[in-house]
Design a protein around this ligand. Structure first.
Ligand code: FES
Length: 110
C-alpha cells in the first residue's frame, strides 16, 4: 500500500524574508497545522527570490507564495485545507527560479 506524501510548507528564513516577518509567519503556520500530521512547516535557507520576500513554497503541490504578509495567512491556511490556492499571491515570481527550486526539492535537496 502506498503511503501518502507529506505536504511541506517551506518558509524562507534568510535575511530578506526575516526582515519582512518570515519568522512570525513560520510560527503562525506551525501553530495552524500543529495537529495535522499530513503537513509539516519547515524553515528554508533561501529560494533566491529575495526581492519578493517573504517567500513560502508548498511542496509537492508546487505553490509559491511571495510578498506574503501575516494578514494573508488565514487565506493560505484555508486554501491548504481545502486543496486550493490563493491566486493573487501565488506563482508571481519568475518561472525559471521556481523550476530550479522544484528540481532541487524533487531530488530531495532541502
Ligand atoms: S531571503 Fe528569502 S528568498 Fe532569499
Amino acid at each position: 500500500m502506498a503511503t501518502e506524501e507529506k505536504t511541506l510548507i517551506l518558509v524562507c528564513q534568510n535575511s530578506d524574508c526575516k526582515l519582512k516577518g518570515s519568522e512570525e509567519i513560520m510560527v503562525r503556520l506551525q501553530e495552524a497545522f500543529a495537529d495535522n500530521e499530513g503537513i509539516e512547516v519547515c524553515p528554508y535557507m533561501c529560494f533566491g527570490t529575495c526581492e519578493r520576500a517573504p517567500n513560502i513554497v508548498i511542496y509537492p503541490q508546487r505553490q509559491w507564495y511571495s510578498d506574503v504578509d501575516a494578514s494573508d495567512l488565514p487565506e493560505i491556511v484555508e486554501a491548504l485545507q481545502n486543496g486550493s490556492r490563493v491566486e493573487r499571491i501565488c506563482d508571481q515570481v519568475d518561472e525559471g527560479a521556481r523550476d530550479f527550486i522544484y528540481t532541487l526539492l524533487d531530488v530531495g535537496i532541502y
